[in-house]
Write a protein that binds this ligand. Structure first.
Ligand code: A2P
Length: 336
């Protein structure tokens, strides 16, 4: 059995990767339909050694689509995802538009696939990239020892902000090395050779929305509203791969050695923890272009009795977005 798959935002950073992951994993695609705005309609994208012509989402008739993978921003999802679902597709949406709706499952494929048992609106939400990789690593620790509190600082690459952000880091880096002005456009201040403690909009409590996604989505995915999460989200001048310094406090004591054993047998996780130069994961040496969530620097928190520290790195465009969306499609396809 094969499926008709539409990729909405097929020319974007995530959409392009959705196409290559569908191909790599040999998802049973009968017809693939790349969609974007009228700006790119008529352009070509590559799929399985051939070329497909990008079509304009606004004028596309969505009947006959089995799976629609959306990654064109929240506004586009709000407007078009319900239309695709009404026409019979299951929408897997990478935006934040529906994530916190009670009747929309929010799924990390390794963590809560059972949430796919009921899809009342025909829409499944793909979690935020930072939440995604953090929970692949933390779900087994939560099951084993009960996580009470998570302190997390993120180091997020520019690709999370899309194609234009990748271009901006490249352009600014070249400008600065050529003694020219960096000229910020996509980010509020210079990102090359800098850090920006601001992702998504500021909220009334002083946290950014990106930070609150780590709070809200963690509770929904783990099904536990008592978990306390204290996040700081930072954009760093890295092209691909998010990193996170994660400090958890658990109900029961879990030693670093026990955590390592647990993580080593966790699907989706690769432990890289040598305690020697280079013996830890980084975005460039491990994560970029690969599928795993890498965990290193596993150690007990010397400042609190049941505390554990982890360094978690993953390709935000792959596990953090496109890969998980395709994994959700695989789980759904297996049920048909
Ligand atoms: P387009 O190439 O037509 O602009 P990124 O996150 O890398 O910036 O990519 C965003 C994706 O969303 C692109 O594929 C982009 O297509 C698509 N997109 C943006 N606006 C619209 C729109 N109004 N309708 C359909 N697709 C859109």
């Amino acid at each position: 059995k094969t499926f008709t798959v539409a990729v909405v935002g097929a020319t974007g950073a995530v959409g392009q990767t959705m196409l290559s992951i569908l191909e790599e994993r040999d998802f049973p695609v009968g017809t693939l339909i790349p969609l974007a705005s009228e700006r790119s309609a008529g352009d070509q994208v590559e799929f399985k050694g051939g070329k497909l012509t990008v079509r304009d989402l606004a004028t596309f008739d969505s009947s006959g689509v089995d799976f629609a993978l959306f990654s064109a921003g929240g506004g586009i999802s709000k407007e078009y995802a319900p239309k695709f679902a009404a026409a019979g597709a299951v929408v897997i949406d990478n935006s934040s538009a529906f994530r916190m709706d009670a009747d929309v499952p929010l799924v990390v494929s390794e963590v809560n696939p059972e949430a796919l048992d009921s899809i009342p609106r025909g829409i499944v939400a793909n979690p935020n990239c930072s939440t995604m990789q953090m929970l692949v690593a933390l779900a087994p620790i939560h099951r084993a020892a009960g996580i009470r509190r998570i302190n997390v600082a993120t180091y997020q690459s520019v690709s999370g902000a899309g194609r234009s952000a990748l271009e901006e880091l490249g352009r600014q880096t070249a400008n600065i090395l050529g003694f020219k002005e960096p000229e910020p456009q996509r980010f509020p201040v210079q990102i090359a050779f800098n850090l920006i403690p601001h992702i998504d909009e500021f909220l009334d409590n002083g946290y950014t929305k990106e930070e609150m996604k780590l709070v809200w989505e963690t509770r929904k995915i783990l099904g536990d509203d008592s978990i306390q999460v204290n996040p700081t989200a930072v954009r760093v001048p890295v092209f691909y791969g998010h990193s996170e310094a994660v400090h958890v406090e658990t109900e029961r004591k879990l030693s670093a050695a026990e955590a390592r054993v647990l993580l080593e047998k966790t699907p989706g996780v690769t432990v890289v923890d040598e305690r020697a130069p280079g013996g830890y994961p980084t975005p460039v040496t491990h994560a970029s272009g690969t599928d795993a969530v890498y965990v290193g620097r596993i150690r007990e928190d010397i400042s609190c009795p049941n505390g554990l520290n982890l360094w978690v790195v993953s390709d935000n465009i792959r596990k953090g977005a496109a890969l998980n969306a395709v994994q959700i499609a695989e789980l759904l396809a297996a049920k048909r």
